[in-house]
Write a protein that binds this ligand. Sequence first.
Ligand code: UT7
Length: 336
Amino acid sequence: MSPAAVVSGLGAWLPERTVDNHQLSTVLDTSDEWIRTRTGIGLRHIVAPGESTSDLAVAAGRRALESAGTTRVSAVVLATSTPDHSCPATAPDVASRLGLGGIAAFDVAAVCTGFVYALRVGAGLIATGADSVLVIGADTFSTILDPEDRTTRAIFGDGAGAVVLRAGAADEPGALLGFDLGSDGTGADLITVPAGGSRQRSTGVPAAEREHYFAMAGKPVFRHAVLRMSESTLAVRSAVGWTGVDRLVAHQANARILAAVGEQLALTEEQVVLNLDRVGNTVAASIPLALADAVVDGVLPPGARTMLCGFGGGLTWGSAALLWPDLAVQAPPRHR
Ligand code: UT7
């Protein structure tokens, strides 16, 4: 039987600069009240000029390696949709800066579902012979937001989170027990950066400036998110044979989406992990950042039947189930 992928380390990192709702409302037509009621977000961390996705990914990766008590892995899989450059991938640079040597390193792009996709890829590498894999989710969406778009600027923040997977047995705490991944490209236009890719560049016509910014159709995305996240988590719960779930640690896009999915899983408010009040929507970093905050806050106990779930651009979605392991985790830095 092929080995199981076991979560053996967890780390997270946030840039130092923060912007709270009150600060945003001094530059945009918005308010703390609107942002809190419609999304649950209170604060987001933003990279400084010159700071990039790889800087956050290296810091989170280092913490995950420390948490796992190791300095070596067989591969690095980096989930990001804001790589340092459109070419090459960012993961090889991250692996080198972590001193991991000439191992396999590549990016996975599935926007806010990126971390769950990357976990699945990491688990696949372990099933086919890798000893251990560093899986990182890191994004700096502040670098692609339209400065005049009050909706997206209210939501997105920057950050990184990472786990170490090692080869182990399916009955160990931390073993990834089941996955569900999906996509629907007919919704590609709902979450997009219209310009900058081959579709636009091949025309030879320079794009209008605003087309280089991220754009999201919030309402339909909200509806798709609730539907797909509910279906996906229920599918994994049934595939792994659980009668219930103890903790939902899902992509932190909107507290109302998380409440709706929690309801489908018959969870109480306390069983739905929320940290978006302090970090906003950090895209591929969202799930590992929420895991790290939950461990540090003592709301994710070892042994909890834990469901991870992401939803995002593509459209893409995915879920994974594990019994939470007993890990030493450092608090993500907070600079409030
Ligand atoms: O991470 C990937 C997946 N992403 C998601 O899951 C996001 C899903 N979508 C959402 O979370 C919500 O749709 C949003 C938070 C993006 C928007 O909330 P909403 O309740 O769907 O608001 P809306 O877009 O329908 O806008 C309602 C009103 C509009 O004004 P009018 O037309 O009613 O006068 C907006 O212009 O709220 C206005 N509005 C704002 N007002 C103050 C939109 N953004 C803001 C803002 N401050 N920041």
